[in-house]
Design a protein around this ligand. Structure first.
Ligand SMILES: [Zn+2]
Length: 162
């Protein structure tokens, strides 16, 4: 009886399997997290990963407007030995956005600082849509307030001296 196993997948590239950056356990492509320690799996062959960057909870360090952009950030992080995972940004998990839509890039807590630093250096961390207009208005208001306060102080000191 011929046992035509459908699992006979040719392994051409080294990235046809996943491994855990934390404990090194190998997994199939259908797995996303390590069965031993729960860490997000990466493609095998990414040995540059620095073990010190695999500790702690996962935190969001950057975002991409789409999968490609997120993967670009992921590759940049990997250059520094920082493993990361890309996750669909919450709130966009609807069929229309399955192919596109924003992505979050997450790294282990121990790598967050280095990742932030690196992404700032390369100016590729798109900050979340923060309202940047009130910032300058606030600064203007602060400067105005400081000048007024200084003027009042001067007048007060002059009045004291008188
Ligand atoms: Zn593991």
């Amino acid at each position: 009886m011929p046992g035509g196993s459908p699992t006979a997948v040719s392994q051409k590239s080294p990235s046809s399997s996943l491994s855990c950056p934390r404990c090194g356990l190998e997994h199939g492509l259908e797995e996303r997290f390590c069965s031993a320690c729960g860490f997000p799996l990466v493609y095998k062959g990414f040995e540059r990963i620095d073990p010190q960057y695999t500790r702690g909870e996962l935190v969001r360090v950057a975002g991409g407007r789409n999968q490609a952009e997120a993967e670009l950030i992921q590759n940049l992080l990997l250059e520094e030995g920082i493993p990361s995972i890309v996750r669909r940004t919450a709130g966009f998990d609807v069929p229309d956005y399955l192919a596109g839509g924003p992505r979050d890039v997450l790294v282990a807590e121990s790598a967050a600082e280095a990742a932030h630093q690196m992404l700032l250096d390369t100016d590729l961390a798109p900050p979340e849509r923060t309202a940047d207009t009130p910032a300058s208005a606030l600064r203007t208001a602060a400067v105005t307030a400081a000048i007024v306060a200084l003027a009042i102080l001067v007048v007060y000191l002059l009045w004291l001296a008188a």
